[in-house]
Structures are given as structure tokens and as C-alpha cells.
Design a protein around this ligand. Structure first.
Ligand SMILES: Nc1ncnc2c1ncn2[C@@H]1O[C@H](COP(=O)(O)OP(=O)(O)OP(=O)(O)O)[C@@H](O)[C@H]1O
Ligand SMILES: [Mg+2]
Length: 512
């Protein structure tokens, strides 16, 4: 305490002295914090670090920045942003040094242009025109762009995906209500409108049954365009009046699936399994000897009757998925008559039927892989179809098939897009094969941590932004956005949403 301070304490009392000291301390700290310039340094020319004042901070995680330097401006993106506490010693009065705890913003980012190292560049947010100019300079002109909305931190700048990026598998996830289904519908609309890629959708909640139809209030120009391509979408459903009945023939399934449907294990039930195999032999003209369960029950062969009874006891006979009179879903998949096939799994009553159809679809696409016809296979609610812990034989077969397609399908043009709200419930061998990520709001930091490990090409700091996303906001990374990783705000859909949420009219204020 200086002599002046001792005099002050004597005159005003100790309480006032402490208050006075605190005001002085706060004033000094405020001045140091406010005077912290947003300065960036790069030691290698490819990444940078910066510090800035927390007062009126304009720099945001995920945002694009211009780093102004006398040797030339650089363009970058902030990938990490946090605050730091540093001790700064200042001479608060003549001969008195005070140690002040100063809180500042610190962060790091990636440089997105070419250039060498620099020191003390002034960092400021890039204006939308600067972001557009950078994107224009990086875009591939020979590939269709899919405009899915705008960049979240550069309003007005279109968020354009590289359609060619769909030649890799894609993982989409977000918690319930984050906007996955809406956004995926928008993305598929764009794929339909801007490319010639074939699409097969496994749709467990009947969310995409309206994909071919225009929603009320849609932008008229886009609506007209969508109307023209809407005819490319064929829905296969078990709903009455559906255009195409969602049915398969037992004989069309491969033996492993048939065995699983009948609860037969190839080792434990080898005798019955052998009978099944025998019954499903084809005749000399390549036609199966038996095509449906009715023939099992009505057979004079006791072994066949046993299998029929087994199916009856398991309730499998009652599944409405069996036996179309006309074209079956698997025939359609083998020789498609429309560009987009929506398989309305939501129209089926049980998870087992859904799994059976999902398995049949994946099996059929795999069987015709040598045709090398590119197809985007969309698996919504993927935790039910390629589960991390399959709980029965059919589920195991379906998961194995999805893993096989994820591992080897790409070279045959089979590109998977899996969507889920439970990333750790999807088999890791599927997720780890995905080179594209569409991450929407995720509250669970544990899930974000798992995804950060699996998608190590995405800066962890950008992943960490997922819990603060609002509706329709997403992180996009991978081949779909070759310029790096970016935050987007999804735009408006033009197609109808199916499987709408139940309205919350029950929560309205009661008037009587
Ligand atoms: N970008 C958007 N603009 C306007 N409304 C949106 C947008 N995204 C989603 N919604 C609306 O928000 C609600 C929830 O979206 P959505 O059904 O797509 O969520 P979800 O992530 O698929 O949820 P769940 O995991 O429960 O299926 C829906 O009513 C949808 O219409
Ligand atoms: Mg959904």
C-alpha cells in the first residue's frame, strides 16, 4: 500500500479503500481487454492462431475471415474459439505493479488460400461478397451444384454442394427435431432436379412418400420445375390405393434371408435348412419349384409341410408383404422403370417386415452391382437397419449387407446415405466408410465426441458447434463440400413432407 493509499484508508475507512481499489482494477482490466487487437499469426502458412477482445467480438467459430497484412490479405476460417485468462503485470501507480487477470478471446483456424507464414495480421469477418468470390474461385464448373440453402455465417451466400460428392457414402445425423428429414427431402429434391443419379429410399416413417408432389405455398418457379420431375418418383407402399404394392415373393429372397424369416439357423437346424434349400431349387427352365408359402402348406412332402407350419406358427404367413400378382419390388429394382424408388417401410406393421424388405432391397442392389448403374441408397433411421448390435438373425443379415455395400459398393456405383439420430447405434463399419458428413443439432457431447473421432477430417472445434445449432442448421463436410467444412442454414423445400409430427393442439389453452 502506498503512502497516499494509507492516508486514504485513514481518511475514508478500509471499506471505501477496497471499493476504490476494485474500481481501479476493473478500469485497468477493461482498458487492457478492450485494447486487445484482433491479431493473427501463422507459423506455417496453412493454419493461424489469433487473439481478440471479448468486447464486441465479431469473430465466430466456423466463420470466414480476412487477415489483413502488409504483405497481402489472406482468407481463412475460424475452427476453434474460446476464451483465455492471462496475467498481465501493469504499473497501476508510480512504482506500483499490479498483476491483472485479463480475459480475451483466443482461437485458431485454417488458411484457405495459398501463401506463406505471417505475423500480426488484423483479423476481421469476411463480408458475404468476399466469401462468394472465394467459393467461385474453388468451384468445379463441370459438376452440377446443389443449392441447399445459404451459408449460416455468410447470409445470402448460397450453400452449394458438389453433386459429384455423392460418389462417396454420406452420414447424416442430428437429434430428433433437428430437421434431418426436412433437410434430406430438400437434398433429394436437388439431386433429382440437378443430376441424373438414381435414388432408392428406405423410408421407415413414410417421410418421403410425398417427394414427387409439390407442397402448398412453394415458390412457383421451383414448383413448376419439381412438377416436371415429380413423375420420376415411384412410391412402393402397403397403404391401400398405393400406386405400387410393396410386396416380394418368398422365392425371390436369398436362402440366408429365407432361413432367417423362418427362424432357421444353417448349423443348428441343418436338416430343415437343407429341406428349404431343396425346395427352393429351380427347375430345368430356371423357375423356382416353389414360389410361396401356400405351396409349402399344401405340399404332399411332410418336410415342406413342417416348414409351412413353422412359418404359420411364427406369424410370418400373415405378413402382408408376400406375393404380388404383378411386378414385385425386387423386379422393379433389378430393371427400374422410374428414377427414384421410395420404399415405404412405414406402411408395414412390424419391424421384422421392415427389416425383411430392407434386406431384400439391399440384397437386390448388391446382386445387380455388376451392372455398375450408379444409385444413391438412402437409409433413414439407419440404427434399425444397420444396427450396431443386431438383435436377431434377420437384423444381422441386413446389417452385414449394409456393411458389405458400405465397404465395397462404391466401386460398383452403390453410394449409401445413412441418416440417424443415434450415431452410436449405427454399426461403426458403416459409419467409418462415410466420407461425407451432414451433422445437424446434437445435444449429447458424448455423441459429438464419437463423431469427432470417426470424422477426423473435420476440425473438432467445428464439430463442437453442433449442440448450439438451431432448426435446419448443419455442418457439411467431405466430398460434398470440397472447400472444407462449413455451417449452413437449410433452405425451403418444395416437395411435400410425409409422416408429419402429430399436431400439439392438445396443448392449446382450454376455453371451456
Ligand atoms: N429448414 C426448415 N425450415 C422450416 N421448417 C423446418 C426446417 N427443418 C425442419 N423443419 C420442421 O421442423 C420439424 C422437425 O423437422 P424434422 O422432422 O425434419 O426433424 P428430424 O430431425 O427428422 O426429427 P426425427 O429424428 O424425430 O425424425 C418438422 O415439422 C419440419 O417441418
Ligand atoms: Mg425424421
Amino acid at each position: 500500500m502506498s503512502e497516499t493509499d494509507q492516508d486514504k484508508v485513514a481518511a475514508d475507512g478500509p471499506g471505501n479503500w477496497v471499493r476504490d481499489q476494485f474500481e481501479r482494477y476493473r478500469d485497468l482490466r477493461g482498458r487492457i481487454e478492450r485494447n486487445t487487437l484482433p491479431l493473427a499469426t501463422s507459423v506455417d502458412g496453412s493454419a493461424f492462431e489469433f487473439q481478440a477482445s471479448l468486447h464486441g467480438l465479431e469473430l465466430k467459430r466456423g466463420a470466414y475471415v480476412v487477415l489483413e497484412h502488409e504483405d497481402g490479405n489472406r482468407f481463412g476460417q475460424i475452427t476453434e474459439l474460446t476464451s483465455s485468462n492471462d496475467r498481465v503485470d501493469v504499473e497501476s501507480a508510480p512504482g506500483v505493479t499490479t498483476s491483472i487477470l485479463v480475459r480475451r478471446a483466443v482461437g485458431s483456424g485454417l488458411l484457405l488460400d495459398r501463401g506463406g507464414p505471417f505475423h500480426d495480421a488484423l483479423a476481421r469477418p469476411a463480408v458475404p461478397d468476399e466469401v462468394s468470390a472465394w467459393l467461385d474461385g474453388t468451384r468445379r464448373r463441370d459438376r452440377a451444384s446443389l443449392v441447399i440453402g445459404e451459408l449460416l455465417l455468410a447470409p445470402g451466400v448460397p450453400a452449394e454442394l458438389d453433386s459429384g460428392g455423392f460418389n462417396r457414402h454420406t452420414f447424416m445425423c442430428g437429434q430428433s427435431g433437428s430437421g434431418k428429414t426436412y433437410s434430406l427431402g430438400l437434398l433429394l429434391e436437388k439431386v433429382l432436379a440437378e443430376t441424373t443419379l438414381r435414388i432408392v429410399i428406405l423410408d421407415p416413417n413414410s417421410d418421403y412418400v410425398g417427394l414427387g408432389r409439390v407442397r402448398d405455398g412453394a415458390d412457383p418457379t421451383r414448383a413448376q420445375r419439381h412438377q416436371a420431375i415429380g413423375g420420376d418418383v415411384a412410391v412402393w407402399s402397403n397403404e391401400p390405393g398405393a400406386d405400387h404394392a410393396l410386396k416380394v415373393r418368398f422365392a425371390e429372397l436369398d436362402t440366408r434371408t429365407q432361413g432367417a424369416v423362418l427362424g432357421l439357423d444353417p448349423i443348428a437346424d441343418r436338416d430343415e435348412y437343407a429341406v428349404l434349400n431343396d425346395l427352393l431349387r429351380t427347375n430345368d427352365h430356371g423357375k423356382p419349384l416353389i414360389t410361396g408359402f401356400d405351396q409349402l402348406i399344401g405340399s404332399s412332402n411332410p418336410s415342406a409341410q413342417h416348414l409351412g407350419m413353422r412359418a404359420a406358427n411364427l406369424g410370418v404367413l400373415d405378413w402382408p408383404v408376400w406375393g404380388p400378382e404383378d411386378r414385385s419390388l425386387l423386379q422393379e429394382l433389378a430393371a427400374p422403370t422410374s428414377r427414384c424408388t421410395v420404399v415405404d417401410l412405414g406402411s408395414l406393421q412390424t419391424l421384422e417386415e421392415q427389416r425383411l424388405i430392407a434386406d431384400a432391397v439391399l440384397g437386390s442392389l448388391w446382386a445387380s452391382r455388376r451392372n455398375r448403374q450408379p444409385v444413391l441408397v438412402v437409409i433413414d433411421e439407419a440404427h434399425n437397419i444397420c444396427s450396431a448390435e443386431p438383435d436377431n438373425a434377420l437384423s444381422r443379415i441386413t446389417t452385414d449387407r449394409a456393411i458389405q455395400i458400405a465397404a465395397e459398393g462404391r466401386k460398383y456405383g452403390l453410394y449409401v446415405l445413412v441418416s440417424t439420430q443415434r450415431p452410436n447405434k449405427v454399426h461403426e463399419n458403416v459409419v467409418s466408410q462415410c466420407d461425407n458428413l451432414l451433422l445437424m443439432r446434437m445435444n449429447s457431447m458424448a455423441d459429438v465426441g464419437d463423431l469427432t473421432r470417426l470424422f477426423s477430417f473435420v476440425p473438432p472445434g467445428l464439430m463442437a458447434g453442433a449442440p448450439s445449432f438451431g432448426l435446419g442448421q448443419a455442418l457439411v463436410a467431405g466430398r460434398l463440400f470440397p472447400q472444407g467444412s462449413t455451417y449452413v442454414q437449410m433452405g425451403d423445400r418444395v416437395s411435400q413432407e410425409g409422416g408429419a409430427d402429430v399436431p400439439t393442439t392438445w396443448a392449446s389453452v382450454r376455453t371451456s
